[in-house]
Ligand binder design. Structure first.
Ligand SMILES: [Zn+2]
Length: 373
């Protein structure tokens, strides 16, 4: 789950939805309960406007409730029920679009691997005067480990990390470059003060199509007021890796383990624990079902849609792998919705557009795929 508490800066209780200024505020309002809900509205609208008693295509609704915890059981469930879930195409809504004025369809999501590393030096905190300079310090070791994670071009320095990465096509780079990207606005949404990342790639390319290594938390030693002259007995770091199409989480785990083993000095013990990983996924731009999604979105918004990818991660790739069908993304969330942040919200107008797009989609797929007899 993603914890949320009033003290984080929420203006209302995070788990009690509140509507203000045509927006609904709640943890999950946009990511992803609101976006599950618009499909229910969409099916209802589809039936009401077509007068059908059943949707124009066979619909199977699957609501995944463990996505925020890494979906530990999802793949097994999909494997076990692959017959019941068999489909021509999967539509996933754990995604967003460019902005209110620029509707977009997402073509893929990054994957995710996460680990926690605990380092142990002396068996207890020891005096830095009596022993300092003569034994290894686990806090220094963890700092060195983190410093070695990237090279001077901000590329991940773990050997084998980029094995198999599907590179961006020229066409996709062109399409990304045509999006009305305002770096200052993007930085505001990122609550950040400068862009930084892998050399040779634009900000959008870095976030959507390049793999990353990030430090999520780091600690060790005395952190109270004033000073305490010790060599701490332990230190820790939490790392996460966003993965792109072509990267295999098992391979990444092995690469990280091998790399860490070579970085830790003598006299420091460590444990490394990985959480269940999420695979990346990507649907090619010329896929016919992707065109259906784009048309349905275009009808709802009254304007042609553009294409993006999503930097976040979801269990969509398991559906792609196990069911052997393309996974397409239909989402209406916008960056200002603030997923996981205090005052996460969803725009109610966009939620209804999402319902409309969903309603059109079943017609469009029926026309271009197989209509229910
Ligand atoms: Zn989330």
């Amino acid at each position: 789950m993603q914890p949320a508490a009033r003290e984080d800066g929420w203006h209302s209780e995070p788990f009690e939805p509140v509507v203000r200024d045509n927006r609904m505020y709640a943890r999950g309002a946009a990511d992803d309960k609101g976006q599950v809900f618009f499909h229910a509205l969409g099916v209802r609208a589809h039936l009401a406007t077509t007068g059908r008693s059943a949707p124009a295509v066979h619909l199977k609704l699957l609501i995944e409730g463990e996505e925020e915890s890494g979906s530990p059981h999802f793949r097994t469930l999909v494997e076990r029920h692959a017959d019941r879930l068999a489909a021509d195409v999967v539509i996933v809504s754990d995604t967003g679009m460019w902005s209110e004025d620029t509707p977009t369809v997402c073509t893929g999501m990054r994957g995710l691997a996460e680990c926690e590393i605990r380092l142990h030096g002396p068996d207890q905190d020891i005096h830095s005067g009596s022993f300092g300079g003569a034994v290894p310090n686990p806090a220094t070791a963890v700092a060195r480990l983190v410093a070695a994670l990237h090279d001077e071009h901000a590329r991940v320095a773990i050997p084998g990390f980029y094995d198999g990465v599907v590179e961006l096509t020229d066409r996709e780079r062109e399409l990304f470059a045509e999006l009305p990207f305002d770096e200052r606005e993007w930085l505001r949404a990122a609550f950040s003060h400068a862009t930084a990342g892998e050399a040779g790639y634009s900000t959008l390319e870095r976030v959507w199509a390049r793999p990353t290594a990030e430090v999520n938390g780091i600690g060790g030693g005395y952190q109270g007021p004033g000073s305490k002259t010790i060599i701490p007995s332990s230190a820790m770091v939490k790392l996460s890796f966003r993965l792109v199409a072509g990267q295999d989480p098992d391979h990444i785990e092995k690469a990280v383990r091998d790399w860490v083993a070579g970085q830790i000095p003598d006299g420091v013990r460590y444990e490394i624990a990985f959480s269940p990983a999420t695979r990346p996924c990507l649907t090619p731009l010329d896929h016919p079902a992707l065109k259906s999604v784009a048309r349905a979105m275009g009808r709802a918004f009254g304007t042609p849609v553009r294409f993006t990818r999503e930097g976040g991660s979801g269990p969509a790739a398991d559906l792609q792998d196990v069911l052997g069908v393309p996974v397409l993304f239909l989402g209406i969330s916008v960056p200002s919705d603030g997923w996981h942040a205090p005052d996460e919200k969803v725009e109610l107008d966009l939620l209804l557009k999402g319902a409309e797009a969903s309603a059109h989609l079943w017609d469009d797929l029926a026309e271009h795929w197989q209509r229910v007899p």
